[in-house]
Design a protein around this ligand. Structure first.
Ligand SMILES: CC(C)(COP(=O)(O)OP(=O)(O)OC[C@H]1O[C@@H](n2cnc3c(N)ncnc32)[C@H](O)[C@@H]1OP(=O)(O)O)[C@@H](O)C(=O)NCCC(=O)NCCS
Length: 182
């Protein structure tokens, strides 16, 4: 995907992770486990099909500015909206955003929002090919939890109501379709 840049900035590209193309060496989002995941686990996890990763870069610069990963997940139908409980499906297929992160010096400029919206559009495409009733993610808990929670709330995510995963949030695919079209 190419996003329209402000006049003075190079175009933002969001492309599938390519170990040979994307320079992860200087990436830091301020949350060490995510940095570690990007640098040490992502290649193996993409190779083994655990996640697909999407990377934001600017212009010709290969440095990673931000990224997100998607994977398949099932959540119990006794959480979430009433329609799930009525469906008689025990395990509801969803798409799981395992990580979203923006390089620290780029945070607060709308890039995180752009990446999550890109993820939502991609999930709509996936949901055309296989059942995926929602997008789900776990909001990380640390000192920035309240801001982070608001960030996802503003994007339409709401608590799943899973007592085992109290910071797990979801947005139904139908809501994403209604908002973004497709
Ligand atoms: C959370 C994060 C992805 C948001 O991306 P971003 O580009 O900074 O966000 P945007 O500019 O699109 O939107 C700004 C909103 O993001 C949230 N946000 C900004 N910086 C944040 C930070 N360091 N930690 C948590 N949330 C943050 C706030 O809700 C903010 O709105 P506010 O300024 O009104 O409080 C980014 O800050 C980040 O990578 N944080 C560290 C890693 C992380 O927390 N990942 C999410 C895992 S669930």
């Amino acid at each position: 995907m190419q996003a329209d840049p402000p006049a003075d900035r190079p175009a933002l590209t969001i492309a599938k992770f390519d170990k040979a193309l994307h320079d992860r060496s200087a990436f830091s989002c301020g949350f060490a486990p995510i940095d570690h995941f990007l640098k040490s686990s992502l290649s193996d996890q993409t190779k083994s099909g655990m996640v697909a990763a999407w990377i934001a870069t600017a212009g010709e610069d290969p440095a990673v500015l931000g990224f997100y990963t998607l994977g398949a997940l099932a959540v119990r139908s006794d959480f979430g909206p009433k329609t799930w409980q009525r469906s008689r499906v025990l395990d509801v297929p969803v798409i799981y955003i395992r990580a979203v992160a923006i390089r620290q010096d780029m945070q607060g400029r709308g890039l995180g929002t752009a990446l999550v919206i890109d993820a939502m559009r991609r999930c709509l495409g996936i949901a055309e090919q296989m059942g995926a009733a929602a997008i789900v993610l776990d909001v990380l808990e640390d000192d920035h939890f309240d801001r982070r929670w608001r960030f996802y709330e503003d994007l339409g995510f709401r608590p799943l109501g899973d007592p085992m995963n109290p910071t797990r949030v979801f947005i139904p695919t139908s809501d994403v379709r209604a908002t973004l079209g497709g």
